[in-house]
Design a protein around this ligand. Structure first.
Ligand code: ASP
Length: 308
């Protein structure tokens, strides 16, 4: 059997052991394990990397611990506006949505934009109207409400600052997945609520093809997490692919250059997950931690949270 590989992230940031309880740590690890196994199940049975990426991200979107779908952070005006994108490395097709509200699984909407519209990127009301027409599942405001996220908004408003997911922990809880299937096709996807107290209408890197999400069978599949504005300015995900294609760097070298050098130089905190066409995986971050997991066809599941 040809090799398959999958990696996921649940956000990067100041995630340190001292601010984590054992109970919370177990919940995060369980959430990551469930998501990686839901994607792996598809790959193991010969399914596509696109289906595996979507399945893993849906599992994370349904988990309120992560800042995507249920558990998305609040904007300045108390709403949940979500962004998501998915890209197919085989044909460079992509679908993305930004600023959508009340969509249960934004990654599925992004996939539907790719599959059923002639466009790549739909935003706001247009994206939601498209969702309605395509019978995408909506959920009421109450579904997205989590006490913790709302308290974060109230505290962010007091200081009038835009905050990254968790005030004290400074964590970015965006979710993402990258995969290689046994047919040799790569795919990447990312889904997020963005940043607490963000201006309504603000769009991060996650749904921008090339910034937070990118896949190309020639090189790699990448999903980013971190302070989105810096990842947009760095065109980070595409940069990893370009360094491999044009400069012939390995996946490891390309990720290291982007995350540990280029992003740091402009103050961009965060990380990314990437897989190449040979099934090598990189889980690279310049923050204190990143919720992450990976599984290769011939290895056991790896789950990590902190810097090792
Ligand atoms: N990159 C996301 C954004 O800026 C945040 C995150 O990764 O948690 O919207």
């Amino acid at each position: 059997m040809n090799k398959y590989a999958i990696a996921i992230h649940g956000g990067a940031g100041t995630i340190v052991r001292a601010s984590m309880t054992p109970e919370k740590e177990t919940l995060y690890k369980k959430g990551l394990e469930l998501a990686i196994l839901s994607g792996e199940h598809i790959l193991k049975n010969g399914g596509s990397s696109m289906d595996a990426v979507e399945a893993a991200i849906r599992t994370l979107e349904d988990n309120p611990l992560f800042n995507a779908g249920k558990g998305a952070v609040f904007t300045n005006n108390g709403k949940n506006e979500m962004d998501a994108a998915i890209m197919d490395g085989e044909n460079l097709k992509a679908g993305a949505v930004a600023g959508v509200q009340n969509i249960k699984n934004p990654i599925h909407l992004a996939r539907t934009v790719m599959d059923k519209s002639e466009h790549v990127f739909l935003a706001g009301f247009g994206a939601m109207e498209f969702a309605e027409k395509n019978k995408i599942e909506f959920a009421p405001d109450a579904y997205f409400f989590t006490r913790e996220r709302y308290d974060q908004l109230l505290s962010a408003k007091q200081t009038d600052k835009v905050q990254l997911d968790h005030t004290e922990e400074k964590k970015f809880g965006t979710v993402g997945a990258v995969a290689l299937d046994i047919q040799g096709n790569l795919a990447a996807g990312t889904s997020t609520g963005g940043m607490t107290n963000k201006k309504f209408g603000r769009i991060g890197d996650s749904p921008l093809i090339g910034a937070g999400t990118y896949a190309n069978n020639k090189t790699c599949a990448v999903s980013c997490t971190g302070y989105g504005e810096y990842f947009i300015r760095s065109v980070a995900a595409h940069d990893v692919s370009c360094l491999m294609e044009y400069k012939r760097l390995s996946l490891k070298q390309a990720c290291r250059l982007v995350v540990q050098d280029k992003l740091i130089k402009i103050g961009g905190e965060g990380g990314l997950i990437a897989v190449d066409a040979q099934g090598n995986i990189e889980l690279s971050f310049n923050s204190d931690g990143m919720y992450r997991a990976m599984k290769k066809s011939d290895e056991g599941v790896y789950i990590g949270i902190y810097r090792e």
